[in-house]
Every structure is written in C-alpha cells, then in structure tokens.
Design a protein around this ligand. Structure first.
Ligand code: HAM
Length: 425
C-alpha cells in the first residue's frame, strides 16, 4: 500500500530539531516577560471575514493564499495566515482595551498557500508580539528593542534592521494616486506581476525584487517625502530613540510590507544568509485596525518573527543547542532483572530529577540490547543481568573511550550517576 505523506509545504519538525526550537521559544518567553508582555493563545481558525477586513482584500494573502473552507453550517472559515487579526479580535471581544493598553504575544502555526521553497512553507510558525493602545513612537522603539534583545540572546549576528514610515491612511491614498500616475507613465517597463498590481495593490510594486525594474523603482516617488507633520514627527521620534539606545538601522523608503493594515512605522529585520527568503521578522504600526474590526479606535503596533527562518540561522551559528542525549541507558537481561528494571529506574529518577534515563524495551538478547544502548548515544550503559539482580548490584559500562566497566552496589548508583550528569543536574 502506498504510504501517506505530509502535505506539500507542511513539514515535520523531527526530534533532532526540537531542542533548537525549544531554545528559541524559551528565549522568546524570557525576553517578553522581561518587558511585561503576556501570552495569548487564540484559535487557529477564524471567520474568513476577519482576515478580509484586516489583512486586506487586495493582498496576495487574502486573494490567493488562504486555506478557506465552509464548515458544516455553511460558514466561511479560514486557517489563520497571520496572528495580528486574532489578537485584535480577542482584545476587542473581551473588552481588554477599555482604558488600558495590552501587551500580548503568541507562538504558533500560521498557514499560507504559497509556493514552497527553502524558508517558505505552507504551514510555518510565528512569534507574534502586539502592543495595543499605545500611540507614540516609544512603544515602536520598545518592540524593536525586544527584537534586538532576542537576537542577542540567541547569538544571531548579521541581521539588518530596515525602517520606513507609510504615514496616515489619507497620506497613503494620496501617495498611491501619485505612484500609480508615475508607474502608468512607465507601464511598458513594468513586469507582468507589477502590471497586475497596478490595479489592485500598487504600493507592493515598490517591494519588487526584479532587477530589471530597479532603476524605475529607484526614481519612483517616495512615501517618506510625502508624510504629514504628525507622521514625520513620529518617525523622527522613533529614529531618535533607537539612536539613543544604540540600535543600528537604515531607512528603506521602499519597504511597504504585504498586509494592508499598516500606518506610519513599518520595519523588517533581514539577512543575506538565507537566500531569497531573507525577511526574518516584520511588523509595524496599525492604528486603524482595531476600529476596522469593530473595536474602539485604538492605536496599535507589533511584529512577527518567522521561526523557521530564525531556526535556520541558529543551526548555522557557532555553538550547538542543548544536548538531549540520555545520560544513561538501562538494560536488563533475564526475567528477574527485567521485573526490577523499572523500579530501579524510578528510584534513580526520584533521586535525580533531571536525569535522562532510557530503559530498554522489547525482546532481544544481551548483544541486541547493547546495540540499542549504543544507538541511544547515552555515554553510560547500566547493565542489570541475572547475577546483578540477585546480588543487588549493577554493572556500569562506558560506551565511549576505553569502554571500561565496573560492578557497583545499587546504593552507590545515585552518586555515580550524579557525577556523570555533572553540571546538567
Ligand atoms: P509577515 O511579514 O507577513 O507579517 O510575516 C512575518 C514573518 O513571518 C516574515 O518576516 C517571515 O519571517 C515569516 N513568514 C511569512 N510567511 C512565511 C512562510 N510562508 N514561510 C515561512 N515564514 C514565513 C505578519 O504576519 C504580521 N502579522 C506581522 C505583524 C504583527 N505586524 C504587526 N503585528
């Protein structure tokens, strides 16, 4: 029978990789709690309408990348393609925005029907961080400092921070008209994708990586030159705070982002180390979104880290993630020994709560069980044979080095094992 495989673009994270994922998740939790952010766990399925209203009808995400289906009652639902909309929906629904700000985060899977390639998947994971109810550039700066702290904690170098301001919605409308006018004049130099976007989402054309269009886009009008006074002050305020905190950044006037809800600040951390999918984290301010979703007018800002991409950087950096190999592998040979193996292992786990001890399971003779011990990569085998079981002893065998072995009293086991665990315990 043909074996069933995972869905294209949705991959298993195998046990060999989960330690580095956990290191990333633990670091994120620790950093975020240090800034007073609290975890929210929204559902992964929402009403399709939520994403239409937030991410935007004319975006690639809503137009062609959502996993949308009717449930049994005929309601249109979608797997979430991102998490900002859910955080805002939850905050509005539960009345969390009345008279106070909310600092929230979430880690979980997102779903986009994109063309899978290295660094781009159909199920991927984000760390999403949102600050709702704060109008000033100070909280934009706070978010960027959180990102910087996370990269430092993970020992990731070579991430560049790019900033831009998209101004208010009124400015975006006026700028869009100017941009469309400019691009229409040069329509013959536009590629097919950009010509399509000219009608639907012209700002995104600025983001094009097509080398043939770089001259044209380099000379295009820039939104930073069209900002209203308040947006300019906001943007300058943010830059001054980042400079005062020693954060390096560059202003990229063509940074526009792929979701429609942004106003004013937008930012991305990018790297050259991951090939085409170089955006590791993106975000910005979305002052109109809470009202668009039916909540009270509330300024808000946030970002999301693409975890697969950060994991790829972590795997490439110096220094391995935490070691998950067992400290010891216990194998019992003979009926009596097998009967007592689990109770001995439980005693060891009681005495050494952090010990990683694997007990051999399944049939097999001594040779087979030693092979299992070898495969487990544990540096130490604890052998419980007929003689040992009778005499209340146990044989310890070093699995690496000279392979030396010694027989000890069971009462000595805890101390010996503690020595092997060393600084782990
Ligand atoms: P985004 O730029 O669409 O923003 O996604 C954020 C990050 O998620 C990207 O920089 C990238 O690292 C990762 N990512 C996106 N799509 C994929 C994919 N198909 N495969 C792997 N990684 C991917 C948002 O989603 C906004 N909700 C961010 C935000 C939060 N803005 C304000 N608050």
């Amino acid at each position: 029978m043909k074996a069933i495989q995972a869905i294209r673009g949705m991959k298993d994270i195998p046990p060999a990789e989960t330690p580095v994922w956990r290191e990333l998740e633990d670091a994120a939790r620790a950093v975020l709690s240090g800034y007073g952010y609290r975890e929210l766990r929204p559902p992964v399925v929402e009403r399709t309408e939520l994403f239409r209203r937030s991410v935007g009808e004319a975006t690639d995400i809503v137009e062609k990348e959502m996993y949308t289906f009717d449930d049994r009652s005929g309601e249109s639902l979608s797997l979430r393609p991102e998490c900002t909309a859910s955080c805002v929906r939850a905050a509005v629904e539960h009345g969390w925005l009345r008279g106070r700000g909310q600092r929230l985060w979430h880690i979980g899977p997102m779903f986009r029907y994109e063309r899978p390639q290295k660094g781009r998947y159909r199920q991927f994971h984000q760390l999403d961080v949102e600050a709702l109810g704060f109008p000033g550039p100070d909280v934009d700066a706070e978010l960027i400092l959180i990102g910087e702290r996370l990269w430092r904690r993970l020992r990731l170098g070579a991430l560049r921070l790019e900033l831009n301001s998209l101004g208010s919605r009124a400015i975006q409308d006026a700028f869009r008209a100017r941009l469309v006018e400019y691009l229409t004049r040069h329509a013959s130099s536009l590629d097919e994708d950009s010509r399509r976007r000219l009608d639907t989402n012209p700002l995104r054309i600025l983001d094009s990586k097509n080398p043939d269009m770089q001259d044209l886009l380099g000379a295009a009008p820039r939104i930073v030159d069209c900002l209203d006074d308040e947006s300019r002050e906001h943007f300058e305020g943010l830059q001054a705070m980042l400079e005062a905190s020693g954060v390096a950044f560059s202003v990229n006037p063509r940074l526009v982002r792929g979701l429609d809800y942004y106003t004013r600040t937008v930012f991305e951390w990018v790297t050259d180390e991951l090939g085409a999918q170089g955006a590791v984290c993106g975000g910005g301010r979305y002052d109109g979104l809470v009202a668009d979703i039916g909540g009270p007018p509330t300024p808000a800002t946030g970002f999301a880290v693409g975890l697969e991409r950060v994991v790829a950087l972590m795997q490439a950096r110096q220094g391995a993630a935490s070691d998950e190999r067992p400290h010891a592998y216990l194998l019992a040979v003979g009926e009596e020994a097998q009967r007592t193996a689990h109770s001995l292992a439980e005693q060891l786990r009681d005495a050494l709560p952090r010990v990683r001890l694997v007990v051999d399971a399944g049939p097999g003779n001594f040779k087979r069980k030693m092979k299992n011990a070898d495969r487990s990569e544990a540096p130490l085998a604890l052998i419980l044979g007929e003689d040992e079981a009778r005499e209340n002893r146990i044989t310890l065998k070093e699995m690496h080095g000279d392979g030396g072995q010694q027989s000890v009293e069971r009462s000595q086991m805890v101390e010996i094992l503690r020595g092997h665990i060393g600084s782990d315990d």
